[in-house]
Design a protein. Structure first.
Length: 148
C-alpha cells in the first residue's frame, strides 16, 4: 500500500452546502431562505433569550443570588484533640501560642475550639469561642476556659 492508495471511506466525507451560487446548484435565488422578512436577512431572527418583547427572564432576576453578610466573622477552628498533641499540662492556649504552634495562620484570627478528639492535660484556654462539648472536655481534664 502506498500513500496515494489511501482514501476516505465512502460516505464519510460530505461537501458543504454552497448557497447563492446559481439556480443550477439547487440553492440559488434566495438561498433556501424563502421570500424577504426578518429571517431571510443577514443576522436575522431573534436572540435566544427573546420573549416577544416582554422583559426577558435573565433581566427580571437579581444579578447575584443570595445575601452576603458584610459583618460575618470567620473563625479559625481548632479541635481539642490537636491541643492534646501540641501543648503540655498547665500551658496557656491563646491566639499567640496557637500561631506559634502553627495551628492557625494569623495571630489576629478569631479562634474557636471544637470538641473533636480527647484531651487529658489540664490547659488554660483563652480564645474567642469554645463549643459546649470542648468546654466540658477541657474542664473534665482539669483545665480552665477563660474569656479573653
Amino acid at each position: 500500500m502506498q500513500i496515494h492508495d489511501l482514501f476516505p471511506a465512502p460516505g464519510s466525507r460530505k461537501d458543504r452546502k454552497r448557497v447563492g451560487r446559481g439556480h443550477g446548484s439547487g440553492h440559488g435565488g434566495r438561498s433556501g431562505k424563502g421570500n424577504k422578512g426578518q429571517l431571510s436577512r443577514s443576522g436575522g431572527g431573534k436572540g435566544p433569550g427573546f420573549e416577544g418583547g416582554q422583559n426577558p427572564l435573565h433581566m427580571r432576576l437579581p444579578k447575584l443570588p443570595g445575601f452576603k453578610n458584610r459583618f460575618r466573622l470567620e473563625y479559625a477552628v481548632v479541635n481539642v484533640g490537636r491541643l492534646e498533641d501540641h501543648f503540655s499540662a498547665g500551658d496557656v492556649v491563646d491566639p499567640g501560642t496557637l500561631h506559634a504552634a502553627g495551628m492557625v495562620k494569623s495571630r489576629k484570627a478569631a479562634i474557636k475550639i471544637l470538641g473533636d478528639g480527647e484531651i487529658t492535660k489540664p490547659l488554660i484556654v483563652r480564645v474567642d469561642k469554645v463549643s459546649g462539648a470542648a468546654a466540658e472536655k477541657i474542664v473534665a481534664a482539669g483545665g480552665k476556659v477563660e474569656s479573653p
